[in-house]
Design a protein around this ligand. Structure first.
Ligand code: SF4
Ligand code: SF4
Length: 454
């Protein structure tokens, strides 16, 4: 493990860059997860990285909770999160893609609602069958990445992996959904982690939790001790490691370094240093898919910010609209100046309350002017703060200058392709330069250029 100090002694962390933004977790950290089901859900078919799913239902069809409503050939499916009638299959808004095909279901309880009961002997299923259930259950990275989980767990031939890292860092300010999940459903998170370790064939599982979530770390430790995992085969050594609270502790490369001391090389994946990383909510979803044959039908998200009347941690069906969530939380105040899906560092601004919760939506934030800056930006004063803050050692200042000069295809030498858009640079810049946006546009320009030159 790596022990670097920013005033707090001896807690592991990553070696380069990073910031400590105001946490704002106090708004929701003590609020238990509350279930909310609206009368209508609208599911965009693009819910994971890769090709969008094709609708397999038509208007007026009856569906039961858990039925497949859209499929990707050989990929992850989308399921009806509620029983009811298909009201529409049409173009609608999407938080990231602007527009998408959207399947709307009018909820109506079925007489024989599926129960998704625990199946005896699930622990001993063949690995191929476990992977099949994870794929068929539509499980994707629920930390926000939405990469199909079965693909990440199907290790390439010859891969040498010895450690599973479970990400309970939740380093984005405001968000507390993973924290509450670890506190309230720790048995499922721990069993799901054991299951993933079994699938990838490793005997070592480390669960990383930042030190601003000590109660969750303690709960996870107690659960590991109480569950009697030593009776399960194979034996997996499970531990909880408390890391420094430092953004972006939860990004894969940084967390791998913090927990194992291994440095993921430039352009490489954690796999290249023998590690697979999964988020706590994804571990939970894998368990439900394998043990209960329950697909991803809902998710826990945090609704927060000073603008929302009643902040909450909610469990909602996928497809619940922001509008319904706002109404459930008592509305938002007139001084709300920004609405975001996700956290304030990597989330997206939305302008339309018709946007639906997707599998990757970890939060909805309603920020007032006191919480977010709307100031215009200034010229670079060459202070170097952005370079110091970048956890990847990049030069966002230089990228922004080249972008302003209309030279996007000369920014590779400043590391633009290594940028994972964490936002530390923008956060640190006294001139308020939108550095992460410059990085995003430069990356998109390279992608377009590479497509064209093929
Ligand atoms: S957004 Fe990119 S350039 Fe900026 S700090 Fe993060 S990795 Fe570095
Ligand atoms: S932090 Fe802002 S002002 Fe300072 S070097 Fe970076 S871009 Fe320039």
């Amino acid at each position: 493990m790596s022990f670097f100090s920013w005033g707090k002694a001896a807690l592991p962390t990553f070696s380069r860059g990073g910031i400590h933004p105001d946490e704002h977790k106090e708004l929701t950290e003590d609020l238990p997860i509350e279930a909310f089901t609206p009368t209508t859900v609208s599911l965009p078919v693009s819910q994971s990285l890769g090709a969008p799913a094709e609708p397999s239902v038509v208007k007026a069809a009856k569906v039961k909770r858990g039925d497949v409503i859209a499929t990707v050939p050989g990929g992850v499916s989308l399921h009806a999160p509620v029983s009811g009638i298909i009201k529409n299959v049409q173009t609608g808004p999407h938080a990231a893609l602007v527009y998408d095909t959207v399947i709307t279901i009018q909820a109506k309880a079925a007489e024989d609602e599926p129960e998704f009961a625990e199946e005896a002997g699930w622990q001993d299923l063949p690995i191929a069958q476990m992977l099949e259930r994870i794929r068929d259950g539509g499980v994707v990275g629920l930390g926000g990445a939405t990469f199909p989980t079965y693909r990440k767990l199907m290790l390439p031939k010859g891969a040498k992996v010895d450690t599973l890292v479970i990400n309970g860092s939740e380093c984005e300010p405001y968000l507390t959904c993973d924290y509450r999940l670890m506190l309230e459903e720790s048995d499922k998170v721990v069993l799901g982690s054991w299951l993933i370790a079994k699938i990838i064939g490793v005997a070592n599982c480390v669960i990383g939790v930042e030190d601003n979530k000590q109660p969750a770390a303690e709960k996870m430790r107690q659960t590991i001790a109480a569950l009697g995992l030593e009776k399960l085969e194979p034996k997996v050594r499970m531990s909880v490691v408390v890391t420094q609270t430092r953004y972006p502790q939860g990004s894969e490369k940084q967390l791998v370094q913090s927990l194992t001391g291994r440095l993921v090389p430039k352009g490489g994946l954690p796999l290249s240093v023998g590690v697979v990383v999964q988020n706590v909510a994804t571990a939970y979803a894998c368990l439900e898919a394998v043990r209960n044959r329950k697909p991803v039908l809902e998710r826990v998200l945090t609704v927060s910010g000073l603008g929302i009347k009643t902040p909450k941690n909610l469990r909602v069906p996928i497809g619940t609209s922001v509008e319904d969530i706002v109404a459930h939380c008592g509305g938002y105040s007139a001084d709300t100046v920004k609405i975001l899906t996700g956290g304030p560092m990597m989330g997206r601004t939305i302008a339309d309350l018709d946007i639906a919760v997707t599998k990757g939506t970890s939060g909805l934030l309603f920020l007032t002017a006191a919480e977010t800056s709307l100031d215009g930006y200034q010229a670079c004063i060459s202070c170097g703060a952005c370079v110091d803050a970048c956890p990847m050692g990049l030069e966002p200042n230089r990228v922004s200058q080249y972008m302003e000069a209309g030279r996007p295809l000369e920014t590779e030498r400043f590391g633009v392709k290594e940028c994972f858009e964490c936002g530390c640079c923008s956060y640190s810049c006294p001139a308020k330069r939108p550095l992460v946006q410059f990085m995003q546009v430069a990356k998109a320009t390279y992608r377009r250029h590479e497509r064209k030159s093929k």
